[in-house]
Design a protein around this ligand. Structure first.
Ligand SMILES: Nc1ncnc2c1ncn2[C@@H]1O[C@H](COP(=O)(O)OP(=O)(O)OP(=O)(O)O)[C@@H](O)[C@H]1O
Ligand SMILES: [Mg+2]
Length: 726
């Protein structure tokens, strides 16, 4: 009789075809899967991870699996747990950035950072670049911070130092980039901060410089799996080589036809050269597509055939021919949006679930007009990967407060919040404090906490700093005690006067901001509920947020999904709309200028192959682009799709009369916090952690509660924690 374990192994391999099974059960040594869209590459990686664990070759913590997005990582983790039939904590299934950040949380002190280093997002990084440019007296109109920072970023992705950049110098611009790069690096180290590129570069540095670190991680990760390998850049490539160089248990999957990130330094040669790097690599071909109809596959194949130098891949499907691809011409972008949303409405009325529907576009800006119509029609939607939520000022303020509590050296966080909300700390006083901190080589926190020592600071400013830092010290004590992030955040928002200031505004906008902050507290509480009690939760939370904010997720059930074609990579939907098929929009005009047409075509291939059964492509005869009316030509990509695969017509939709924008329902007033008097031995319940008992009461309004669920003991702030007494 088969054991349950054998059953499970059987189950693990049952849903796979022959070559997929070969790949999943490949033993040791390098493995390459170079195959077309929807052929099960990601599925193979997921099953392989489960198989490695299940067959006893590695524990779940000994496999490093790299995915392209946080969302993909989440999905893979869930799938692996399902396949293994148990919970798995501490798996390294994550993006390059998240994995490097996690490695650096442990190893950064070797490079002169503390473990609490801050992660700077794109906007922070640009602000810092601007400051460096100004300090070097460079004209920031001619040499914009964005352009200079892009060059620095590009250099880092290629693992080039400032000196390397200077050696390549051909122009004044590059010379400036070299100098700014130096200043930028110095400042980042001084502030104990890293930008996204640094995460990779520093992770490579630490593995290269310290043999014992490298050996330890090589032993930790007995197997390394990488999805979307065609979009790795040089730094990522190097990091993988360092990790897998000894045991060579590196399995990579990808599709050269889906390489769409060369503008971010991705190097398609990484996948094409894999067999040169590892001449003994096992190579598996997957040819059956399980995602799309034959019509959709034929269209995708017809488009990609126009690229030179593409590796030919035969894809076939058992799904059947399916419906023709609908191609629609509309008057302008508004008619196009009304058409798409009208179709979405029709599908929903027919019983299609919203989450099976996705709308793609080439550039972020195209989403707004579609969003407008969706709001008018009251259809729930989400923008995946948009800078929607985390870019909002109030969210960034709240996170800056938390960042400062974790990292008192962070000047950027400090200057962001010191006078937000207004508390009488002016620009000049702020500069005096930061300059003093630099001169004395102390943290900005310490300088501000003792304002009387700062030269030429007025009496009013000294008072304002003292009051502000008094509040902050109180918060920091609680942060140091490791209270849950949700509670800490609520304390921050109330005690710094942030919520009061917004409430005093009494505007729609301020109300929206308060709703966003409530949502952020919810996010933190969700995080608390799943966090390890032993971990430094604040750091881990901020790290997680910084990475999510950069890219994707915040997925919700039952919403129509909007996203750029780039963000759609790796995903699939029953029903897909791709809008803006006009030359200049898609292919993008910049790509046309720069001879990057083939990459645009690959993006088109990616878009088409996301659809399982229903695909609609649309274009507008005229469109507002960057504020001016443009008359577009139908995209050349449309003409590359054989006529017989399509159903083409010209559509226009009459403007809907009296459409109104419906405002989101106003925030329900939160119930007042319960009075705080706890006694030891009292039974309580916490919204996230469940039932527990009070085991201690500490100064500063802290209650200690042991929770029944996992026996963990946590320190909570009585006033803010969602605790009810039993
Ligand atoms: N052997 C199989 N049996 C049934 N379904 C399968 C099989 N292999 C893959 N699938 C399904 O086909 C779809 C595509 O698989 P997957 O996303 O792994 O493809 P992929 O090669 O990673 O695609 P992409 O190139 O777009 O990333 C998924 O829904 C997956 O579950
Ligand atoms: Mg995939």
């Amino acid at each position: 009789m088969p054991t349950p374990a054998a059953d499970r192994l059987e189950e693990l391999l049952a849903g796979l075809n022959e070559p997929q099974r070969d790949a999943v059960t490949h033993g040791d040594g390098p493995l390459l899967i170079l195959a077309g869209a929807g052929s099960g590459k990601t599925r193979v990686l997921t099953h392989r991870l489960a198989w490695l664990v299940h067959s006893g070759r590695a524990s779940h913590q000994e496999v490093l699996a790299i995915t392209f997005t946080n969302k993909a990582a989440q999905e893979m983790r869930n799938r692996v747990e399902l396949l293994l039939g148990r919970r798995t904590r501490g798996m390294w299934v994550m993006t390059f950035h998240a994995a490097c950040a996690r490695m650096l949380r442990a190893e950064a002190p070797r490079l002169g950072y503390t473990r609490q280093f801050t992660i700077y997002d794109q906007a922070d990084a640009r602000r810092l670049t601007k400051r460096c440019l100004e300090e070097l007296n460079v004209d920031t109109k001619r040499f914009t911070p964005a352009a200079v920072h892009n060059q620095i970023s590009d250099a880092k992705n290629k693992l080039r130092s400032a000196d390397d950049v200077r050696e390549l110098v051909g122009s004044r611009f590059e010379e400036i980039v070299g100098d700014v790069y130096d200043a930028y690096e110095r400042e980042m180290l001084r502030m104990n901060a890293m930008d996204f590129d640094d995460l990779l570069v520093r992770a490579v540095n630490v593995l290269e410089l310290f043999d014992e670190v490298r050996e330890r991680y090589q032993q930790t990760f007995r197997y390394v799996l990488v999805d979307e390998y065609q979009d790795t850049n040089h730094a990522q490539y190097k990091w993988l080589q360092l990790l897998a160089g000894e045991h060579r248990n590196l399995a990579v999957v990808g599709d050269d036809a889906q390489s769409v990130y060369s503008f971010r330094g991705a190097d398609i040669r990484n996948i094409l050269d894999f067999q040169d790097d590892f001449p003994d690599a096992a190579v598996v071909k997957l040819e059956q597509n399980y995602r799309s109809t034959q019509t959709i596959l034929d269209a995708a194949n017809a488009v990609i055939r126009n690229n030179r130098g593409q590796i030919a891949k035969d894809l076939w499907t058992e799904v059947g021919q399916g419906d023709p691809i609908r191609v629609r011409e509309l008057d302008d972008e508004r008619s196009e949006a009304r058409f798409v949303v009208g179709e979405v409405q029709r599908l929903i009325d027919e019983g299609v679930s919203r989450q099976e529907i996705a709308v793609f576009y080439r550039t972020n800006a195209q989403s707004r007009v579609i969003e407008d119509v969706l709001v008018q029609r009251d259809i729930g939607y989400q923008v995946v990967g948009g800078t929607k939520f985390y870019e909002r000022a109030e969210i960034k303020d709240a996170l800056a407060y938390l960042t400062l509590l974790g990292n008192p050296q962070d000047v950027v966080a400090f200057t962001r919040v010191a006078n937000t909300p207004r508390r009488g700390i002016g620009q000049t006083s702020m500069s005096r404090v930061t300059a003093f901190a630099t001169a004395m080589d102390m943290s900005v926190w310490d300088a501000a906490a003792n304002p009387a020592a700062v030269p030429s600071l007025g009496a009013a400013a000294i008072k304002a700093f003292s009051r502000f830092m008094g509040t902050m010290e109180g918060l920091r004590e609680r942060a140091a005690q490791g209270v849950p992030v949700g509670d800490l955040l609520e304390a921050v928002l109330h005690e710094t006067g942030y919520v009061d200031a917004l409430e005093a505004e009494r505007t729609f906008e301020a109300q929206g901001r308060l709703e966003n902050l409530t949502e952020l507290v919810n996010t933190a509480r969700e995080f608390d509920a799943s966090a390890d009690p032993g971990e430094d939760t604040l750091d881990v939370f901020l790290q997680q947020v910084a990475l999510v904010a950069d890219a994707d997720t915040r997925e919700d059930e039952g919403l129509v999904t909007l996203m750029t074609l780039h963000n759609a990579k790796g995903l699939e939907y029953e029903i897909v709309f791709i809008t803006g098929f006009e030359d200049g929009v898609f292919p993008h005009s910049r790509a046309l200028d720069e001879g990057a047409l083939e990459e645009e075509r690959r993006l088109c291939y990616v878009g088409i192959t996301r659809a399982k059964r229903d695909l609609t492509l649309s274009y507008a005869r005229q469109r507002m682009v960057f504020g001016s009316q443009q008359y577009g030509l139908r995209s050349r990509f449309l003409d590359e799709i054989p006529f017989e695969l399509t159903d083409r017509e010209q559509t226009d939709v009459v403007r809907q009369p009296g459409a109104r924008v419906s405002w989101a329902a106003s925030r329900a007033d939160a119930p007042p916090p319960e009075a705080v008097d706890f006694r030891i031995g009292q039974d309580v319940a916490h919204a996230a952690f469940g039932e527990g008992v009070v085991t201690g009461i500490e100064p500063g309004g802290i209650v200690v509660i042991r929770f029944a669920r996992d026996g963990s003991e946590r320190k909570l702030m009585a006033e803010y924690a969602p605790i009810t007494r039993r």
